[in-house]
Design a protein around this ligand. Sequence first.
Ligand code: HAM
Length: 413
Amino acid sequence: MIQAPKGTFDVLPDDAGRRELLERNARRILQGAGYQRIETPTFEATELFARGVGEATDIVQKEMYTFDDGGGRSLTLRPEGTAPVCRAYIEHGMHKLPQPVKLWYLSSFFRAEAPQRGRYRQFWQVGAEAIGSAAPEVDAELIVLLAELLEAMSVKGTQLSLASLGTPETRAEYRDELTAYLRDHERQLSADVRNRIDMNPMRAFDSSDPSTREVMKGAPKLLDRLSSEDAEHFAQVRLLLDDAGIAYDLDPTLVRGLDYYTRTVFEFSSDALGAQSGVGGGGRYDRLMELLDGPPTPGCGWAAGIERILLSAGELPVQADVVDLFVALAGADLGRTGFSLAGDARRAGLNAQLELAGRSLRGQLKHADRIRARYVAIVGEEGTSLKNMESGDQLELSPNEVIPTILRGSRLS
Ligand code: HAM
């Protein structure tokens, strides 16, 4: 038996209702705030992620599905959506549009990670990006919108971590300071952290090694080193979140797995999730556009994992699709009549299904009951009878009376 590759999954009809509800909520919340849908290709030039996400990140170093397209070009299945959206912004000259350009997406992404609950190799994200404004209101509004989406999906036990990374310059100075501190304490650090001191010293804050954690307690914190403009921007974001009643924990060691962030970074986690507790996160990326050869343009955004939202969601009001009409056939040669009745019903705006399995009439009525059809039209040699499945009432009708009768009934109910 051929099975789906490790770390991938099928979205079966039973899961589809909850996913659709998520998409509807995302559309309502994001489009309501002026975000417009964008979809970018599933694969991009590898260089986009190498430059955009950062050569030193785990994503670029170990998690990308990269392949040669046969013509000597290196392509990569997208591991995230921000760099592609920025590429599209540059490629389509969106700087000429009124700013900020506010975009949202719901797409699948690919990372070669070790699969576990909530961590897959193909997964789905809903994301939002606001490009072209450095205003702190953008950051705060994005966070409020994600909080709203998580609330609409009844995500349980959420907690918001917030920090500011400042500008690349502040970060570079801080990085030197932190590197020097790590060198001074090299012997107490885990081999993994020690080997990455020059590559990515911030990752030391992420370590679960007890001795490394002890060292990191005394390490200098970036939040204490922000320039006055960055500190002011961050203070404003916090003020707006306080006004909006959004609770957060300041986490000066918040490390995101992507290198493009500047200033605000944030992450929502859920205690309903276990080890992979990050439901959604993002931040500001004011230098990313330049890294991709675009005009200097600030940006801010987030992405949230669809599967993680659904894993941590409570009861959701998923409604089964209404079946207005089931067309049953009371004889062998009535397929054509039934087929056109079902078609006419659909054109009249009804949800209609036709018997397709050659069941006995009893079997057809049982099936109509199982799919909770409101009406069954039993097409016979002599005429059609229409059964109201709720009241049990049955009317003998000519075929062209079936649809008007249901529509009248719909209007009455
Ligand atoms: P990220 O934190 O790498 O950010 O991913 C966002 C979310 O995607 C995570 O919080 C998690 O819910 C979900 N996710 C990530 N990897 C996996 C996986 N292997 N399996 C299942 N779910 C996963 C980004 O991707 C940034 N592009 C977010 C952003 C947008 N920043 C600014 N704008």
